[in-house]
Write a protein that binds this ligand. Structure first.
Ligand SMILES: Cc1ncc(C[n+]2csc(CCOP(=O)(O)OP(=O)(O)O)c2C)c(N)n1
Length: 586
């Protein structure tokens, strides 16, 4: 079934032609032509989610996995504003989303009609583009004439001639923006003014798209500037720093070539999803203790790269940022098609190509022998030994929980981590290389981790576990309010009764104001929530209890499960501080 309204039809036909077929729909009437049009067409996979904020993150989770734009459809009024956090996250973490907001015609905005706001440009600068389709003049011409406010009637042209222009404008705009979303991996917004009647449908579309509608990304992959190819020969200290990358971002052949160069070190994070024994995967474990040493300047100077090559998206580690800002490389190159951030204030040269093309070219010229990798490796090994020693003797705390988890999450599980301290603790441990790991680090928000994990789980064949803090979990309870949570979905909720991260960050004060307004201490638990949403639930308060629960937690079950782990916030923060001191002095 197709809506009779040509612009709504055009949206559906463009999506079909480009193969954009996943749609997350939130309820309403203004969007009914599109909602029913999508849902009645077997080519589309549609999801229904009431809360638009959750729908936004759910879509983001899907798009993160399928690496293609996902459509978000909402009604007019305030609904669209609730997409804002997910759109900002998608914008900064380079995830393609297409917001389709149904709207009233222009002449019904700000004249006292209900459920109406100005929907243009609601995402400000946190989106790639915001546009509005033109309203079809052939649909309910009478309403347009009565309104007498929209100047789409033109006395010199016939109605049909005007409609042809409108149709061309709409087709071109949709093709352009959908392409940009896909190629640049960015969110885009298309606002769609729709006049009533909204519930009229036909079996065969009356719109015929022009043939130019297709994906076209060839122009974007630029040739590498040949100056960069001599880098390997020239420098003896090269650092490759990987931010968040999807799984398999670099292929094994390239990894193999990189590791044969003793002048290259590769630093990765949990969300880089890049693994090799020669890579340094626990950046904070290596660097954070240095800051506590008297000899820090000498040590940092010896580890500083001459050239920094960044790949992927956002970097989690504050420590590596601080190190590279204080001890900047001579050159910073960012390799990739999307954003190149000048994170280290050194100026960044953007090499707009794929890492595969770049490294293949670069690594043809091997290898100036140097001790650079060795220096990092010696320090890393030393830190790891101290880490093991500390963990063995330490008390029950958030740190210990992550140690326990690191060897107990089955490798077939995809791991989603919430902000902020869970993702930072995770960085201190080696999890299975097969646990692909994701976190919303575009804006580091705490409002959509559950919804994102649920979205990712429906798009992925592997089971999913979400590791979350309590504020993040309670913030996004509506992430559980949908029909798409499978029985193998797992949540590990580390409940330290507030924002434990703030006890770790500089500025912590053990007083009432801090506790109430910064840490936001509370005494909630997830027991009743688990019941409401049909989860099996356990709560553990000791290392022994957690280990015991994990023996069966990932086993097959007929319902999803929540394991709530209660930890003492004051001990957790002091343990982490002692951990870094111990590493520094070992
Ligand atoms: C939407 C949003 N509001 C506020 C913040 C600031 N913030 C960062 S971490 C955090 C606390 C997270 O607490 P919790 O989820 O319990 O994890 P914990 O730090 O205790 O491990 C807050 C409020 C944010 N990142 N996003």
């Amino acid at each position: 079934m197709y809506p009779v309204i040509p612009s709504a039809q055009t949206v559906i036909l463009t999506c079909l032609k480009l193969g954009i077929t996943t749609v997350v729909i939130s309820p309403g009437s203004r969007n009914a032509p599109l909602a029913i049009g999508f849902a009645s067409n077997d080519a589309f996979k549609c999801y229904s989610i009431v809360d638009e904020r959750s729908a936004g993150f759910f879509s983001l989770g899907i798009a993160q996995q399928i690496k293609k734009p996902v459509l978000l459809l909402c009604t007019s009024g305030s609904a669209i504003l609730n997409y804002a956090p997910a759109i900002a996250e998608a914008f900064y973490s380079q995830i393609p989303l297409i917001v389709l907001s149904a709207d009233r015609p222009k002449y019904k905005i700000n004249i006292g009609d209900g459920q109406t706001i100005d929907q243009s440009k609601v995402f400000g600068n946190n989106i790639f583009s915001s546009d509005s389709l033109k309203q079809d003049i052939t649909h309910n011409l009478k309403a347009i004439t009565i309104s007498n406010r929209q100047k789409i009637l033109n006395s010199e042209l016939e109605v049909n001639e005007i409609q042809i222009k409108i149709q061309k404008f709409n087709e071109d705009l949709l093709n352009k923006r959908f392409n940009e979303s896909f190629v640049f991996r960015k969110p885009v917004h298309i606002n769609i003014p729709l006049e009533e009647p909204l519930y009229d449908f036909i079996e065969t579309p009356c719109v015929k798209l022009n043939n130019k509608v297709k994906f076209n990304n060839e122009k974007l992959i630029k040739k590498i500037d040949s100056n960069f190819e001599n880098i390997i020969e020239k420098y003896s200290k090269i650092m490759i720093l990987a931010g968040s990358c999807g799984p398999n971002y670099l292929d094994d052949k390239i990894i193999d070539k990189i590791k044969r160069n003793s002048n290259i070190v590769v630093l990765t994070e949990s969300t880089s999803n890049l693994h090799d024994d020669s890579f340094f995967e626990n950046i904070d474990q290596i660097i954070a203790p240095i800051e506590l040493l008297k000899s820090k300047n000498d040590l940092f100077s010896s580890l500083k790269p001459e050239i920094l090559i960044t790949i992927g998206g956002m970097i989690i580690s504050k420590k590596i940022k601080s190190f590279l800002r204080n001890f900047p490389p001579n050159i910073h190159l960012h390799v990739g098609i999307n954003d190149a951030n000048d994170t280290y204030f050194k100026g960044v040269k953007h090499v707009k190509t794929t890492p595969k093309i770049f490294f293949e070219k670069l690594l043809e010229k091997t290898n100036s022998a140097s001790n650079y990798h060795k220096a990092w490796n010696t320090l890393s090994k030393k830190r790891f030994l101290a880490h093991e020693k500390f963990i063995k003797k330490t008390n029950y705390s958030d740190l210990v929980i992550f140690h326990i988890l690191s060897s107990r999450i089955p490798s077939k599980y995809q791991v989603h981590v919430a902000n902020s301290s869970p993702v930072r603790y995770l960085q201190l441990f080696k999890f299975s290389k097969l646990n692909n790991t994701f976190c919303n680090r575009g804006t580091s928000g705490i409002e959509g981790s559950t919804s994102t994990a649920v979205g990712a789980s429906v798009a992925n064949n592997t089971p999913t576990v979400l590791i979350t803090g309590d504020l993040s979990f309670f913030y996004d309870i509506n992430g559980l309010w949908n029909n798409y949570i499978s029985s193998d979905f797992r949540i590990i909720l580390i409940n330290n009764s507030g924002g434990g991260i703030f006890r770790i960050l500089p500025g912590f004060k053990d007083d009432e104001i801090f506790s109430k307004y910064i840490e936001t201490k509370h005494s909630l638990n997830a027991k009743q929530i688990a019941k409401t949403y049909g989860f099996k639930y356990q709560n553990k308060k000791t290392a022994f209890g957690v280990k015991f629960a994990l023996k069966t937690f990932f086993k097959k079950s007929n319902r999803p499960k929540i394991l709530e782990i209660t930890t003492p916030s004051h001990l957790s923060s002091s343990t982490l501080k002692n951990y870094f001191k111990f590493l520094a002095n070992s």
